[in-house]
Design a protein around this ligand. Structure first.
Ligand code: IDP
Ligand code: MG
Length: 138
């Protein structure tokens, strides 16, 4: 059964101009792109997206990093998309990410880690709806 997940290419991905390589990596891993856009998060939107982390010490920095430049959210589809995409991106801290994962290949730090991936099918649904209307999804 196919499943959907939300990816976000974060500001450091675009700063480094590796968004094309990361999108190719995602396609090579077997994901279908069902929706994609170039956008910039407002502070309110970033705060809402990361609301689950609002008590964490890094919340303020995370919001300012995520609003520091444009991002590319993507709705991805594949069997087992949520878990498989987490495997494709690797651990939150690139120092702990497996070889060949996107974060291992491109990320510099636990904060500036290139890409977001939903962590459960339920969160994926809400996160996709944060960026896309049903009519945006092909
Ligand atoms: P995830 O992106 O791998 O799901 P989460 O724990 O959900 O990781 O954290 C969300 C984002 O917050 C991370 O991707 C990263 O950008 C940032 N972050 C997580 N932990 C830290 C930290 O200890 N210091 C600074 N930023 C962090
Ligand atoms: Mg997370």
């Amino acid at each position: 059964m196919t499943e959907r997940t939300l990816a976000i290419l974060k500001p450091d991905c675009l700063d480094k101009r590796v968004q094309g390589k990361v999108i190719q990596h995602i396609l090579d891993a077997g994901f279908e792109i069902k929706a994609m856009k170039l956008t910039k998060l407002t502070e309110d939107s970033a705060k809402k997206f990361y609301e689950v982390h609002k008590e964490r010490p890094f919340y303020g920095e995370l919001v300012s990093y995520m609003t520091s430049g444009p991002v590319i959210p993507l709705c991805l589809e594949k069997a087992n998309a949520v878990a498989d995409f987490r495997k494709t991106i690797g651990a939150t801290n690139p120092a702990n990410a497996e070889e060949g994962t996107i974060r291992k290949m491109y990320a510099d730090s636990i904060e500036r880690n290139i890409v977001h991936g939903s962590d459960s099918p339920e969160n994926a649904k809400n996160e996709i709806a944060h960026f896309f209307n049903d009519s945006d999804i092909v």
